[in-house]
Design a protein around this ligand. Structure first.
Ligand SMILES: Cc1ncc(C[n+]2csc(CCOP(=O)(O)OP(=O)(O)O)c2C)c(N)n1
Length: 328
C-alpha cells in the first residue's frame, strides 16, 4: 500500500507528465501548420506550476502569464478545454476568444492569463484585497517571470500586498532570460528574491526544477497567507527547454548551458526520486505516462471535431453583464 506521501508524489508526476505531453503535442501541431498564432511554451518549468499549485483549493486563485498552459492545467483547467481553446472552438476555456495567451477558467480560480509582462501582478493584489475584505480565507498565487520583476507593476504590487498584509504568494519563475535578454544584464542584486526585504516580506530562492522543494516552499507561504501573515516572494530557479516563442532559435544561449539544464529535467528528477524511494516502479510510471498520452490524444480528437463559435456569440462573455452575477 502506498503512503499518502507517495500518492501525492505520483499525482505530481502525472500532472507534470500531462503538461509536458500537452506542450509537445502543441509543438508538433504548430510545426505542421495546424495550430494558428504563436505559442510560448513551458517545457522544463513544470515543477514550478505543479509544486506551487498542488495544495491550492479550487476556491483559491491564480494569475498567470503569456506562458500559461502549465499554470492553467495545474490549477485544474481541463486539458480538453485548453486544447479546444487553442483551436478557437466554442468549447474552449475562453469560448475560443482567448487563444494560447489567455488560458484560464474562473470556475477553478484560474484567472484567464494576461500576456502583458507584469500585467498579472496588480490583478493578484486586487484579488488578494478582495479575499481579505470578504474574509474568505482564500489565497492567490501570482506567477511572473524575472523579466516582469523589472516592471513598475512588480514594485507597486509587492508594496501594496505588503502594507495591507494580503494573502498573495508572488512566484517568480526565473528561467534566466526575458525573451533573449539574460538576467545578468537586468539585475544588479544577486536574486529577485533579495528585493523582498525592501517591501517587508519574506523572500526565498528555491530550486524550481525540484517539484518537492517548490511544494515545500509553497506550503509555507500558503500557510502564512491563510493565517493573515501576508505575502511572500518566492524565486523559482528554472529554465525553459525551448525558445521564448516558436520563432526563437535560441542563438543567445550556448548548447552547453542547454545540456546542463536538460540534465536537471524536473520530470526525470521526480521519476528518479520515486524509483529510488520505492514509491513506484518502472511499470507503474510507464502506465501513468501511457494514460497521459491517451488522454491528450482523446482531447485532441475532441477539440478538432468541436464546433466553431457562432458569429452571434462574438460579444458574449466579453463585457460584464448585470449586477446579479456572483463573483466567486
Ligand atoms: C509590457 C510588455 N512588454 C513587452 C512584451 C513582449 N514580451 C512578451 S514576453 C517577454 C519576455 C518576458 O520575460 P519574463 O518576464 O522573464 O518571462 P518568460 O518569458 O521568461 O517566461 C516580452 C518582452 C509584453 N508582452 N508586454
Amino acid at each position: 500500500m502506498k503512503t499518502d506521501e507517495a500518492v501525492r508524489h505520483l499525482r505530481m508526476y502525472e500532472m507534470m507528465a500531462l503538461i509536458r505531453q500537452y506542450e509537445e503535442t502543441i509543438y508538433y501541431l504548430f510545426l505542421e501548420g495546424i495550430m494558428p498564432g504563436t505559442i510560448h511554451q513551458y517545457q522544463g518549468q513544470e515543477a514550478c506550476a505543479v509544486g506551487m499549485l498542488f495544495d491550492l483549493r479550487t476556491t483559491d486563485y491564480m494569475t498567470s502569464t503569456h506562458r500559461p498552459a502549465g499554470h492553467a492545467l495545474a490549477k485544474g483547467v481541463s486539458v480538453e478545454s485548453c486544447l479546444a481553446e487553442m483551436f478557437a472552438k466554442a468549447s474552449g476555456c475562453c469560448r475560443g476568444k482567448g487563444g494560447s495567451m489567455h488560458l484560464g477558467d474562473m470556475a477553478v480560480g484560474a484567472v484567464p492569463a494576461i500576456a502583458i509582462v507584469g500585467g498579472g501582478l496588480p490583478i493578484a493584489v486586487g484579488i488578494g484585497l478582495s479575499c481579505k475584505m470578504r474574509r474568505t480565507n482564500n489565497v492567490v498565487v501570482c506567477f511572473f517571470g524575472e523579466g516582469a520583476a523589472n516592471e513598475g507593476a512588480f514594485h507597486e504590487a509587492l508594496n501594496g500586498a505588503a502594507i495591507w498584509d494580503l494573502p498573495v504568494i508572488f512566484a517568480c519563475e526565473n528561467n534566466l532570460y526575458a525573451a533573449s535578454t539574460p538576467i545578468r544584464d537586468m539585475l544588479k542584486v544577486a536574486h529577485v528574491a533579495d528585493r523582498a526585504c525592501a517591501y517587508g516580506m519574506p523572500g526565498e530562492v528555491v530550486d524550481g526544477n525540484d517539484v518537492l522543494a517548490v511544494n515545500e516552499a509553497a506550503q509555507r507561504a500558503i500557510a502564512r497567507a491563510r493565517q493573515g501573515g501576508g505575502p511572500t516572494l518566492l524565486e523559482l530557479e528554472t529554465y525553459r527547454m525551448v525558445g521564448h516563442s516558436r520563432s526563437d532559435a535560441c542563438g543567445y544561449r550556448s548548447r552547453e548551458e542547454e545540456g546542463y539544464w536538460k540534465s536537471r529535467d524536473p520530470i526525470i528528477r521526480l521519476r528518479e526520486h520515486l524509483l529510488a524511494n520505492g514509491e513506484a516502479d518502472e511499470r507503474h510510471l510507464e502506465t501513468i505516462e501511457g494514460m497521459v498520452i491517451e488522454r491528450i490524444e482523446r482531447a485532441l480528437t475532441e477539440a478538432r471535431n468541436a464546433r466553431d463559435p457562432r458569429p452571434e456569440d462574438a460579444l458574449k462573455d466579453v463585457y460584464f453583464e448585470g449586477v446579479n452575477r456572483t463573483w466567486q
